[in-house]
Each structure stands twice: as C-alpha cells, then as structure tokens.
Design a protein. Structure first.
Length: 105
C-alpha cells in the first residue's frame, strides 16, 4: 500500500490532466466532505487527491507523479491512509486488550 505503483494511460498528457481535473472537487478541509467524491489538486507534474472512505471520515490519500517525457502518459502512484484514520483502529485494539485484561482480573 505504501509502495509506489506505476500506471500508464493511452490518453495524451493534456487529455489525461483535463479528465482528472474534471473529477476533482477543489476544496480545503474535511468538513462537509462526502463519501465517493474526490478532492485535491491536479498540476502539470502530478496530483494529490483524497477521498473519504465512509461517513466516519476514514480518508485515503493518493499522491501521483507524472513522467514528463513519456508517450503515452505514465507515472507513479502512492496510496497513503491518513494518520487520523488510524486513531479509531488503534483505540478499538486497545479497548479489546483492556477488556480481556479486566475480564481476567
């Protein structure tokens, strides 16, 4: 998940960036973000996108860089879970361990 993965598109560079740009909603912050929407920034050399995974605001971030000289367009992707999304998972594990410990005493 944290490793870089390569991708390739048959589209021309300008078409790829234009199509990706039409899918992205430009905004700042997570408040009011809806599941299934893509937020972020698309630039000439890459993109930085994120989307809520659920109504509980689990967030996944996708960082992509483009190879400027490649024809057809290609680049790398890296999928990174947001640090804030890990906190609830850690709390669930800690509560499970604490309940087992308290049940034994």
């Amino acid at each position: 998940m944290f490793r870089k993965h390569t991708f390739q598109s048959p589209l021309a560079r300008s078409d790829f960036l234009q199509r990706l740009g039409t899918l992205v909603t430009n905004r700042v912050g997570l408040f009011g973000a809806r599941q299934g929407r893509i937020y972020g920034r698309v630039g000439e050399d890459g993109f930085d996108l994120w989307t809520p995974g659920s109504t509980r605001a689990h967030v996944v971030r996708v960082v992509g860089t483009l190879d400027l000289e490649a024809r057809p367009i290609r680049g790398t992707l890296r999928v990174v879970p947001e640090a804030g999304a890990v906190v609830p998972l850690v709390l669930v594990v800690l509560l499970a361990i604490a309940s087992q410990f308290l049940a034994d005493t």
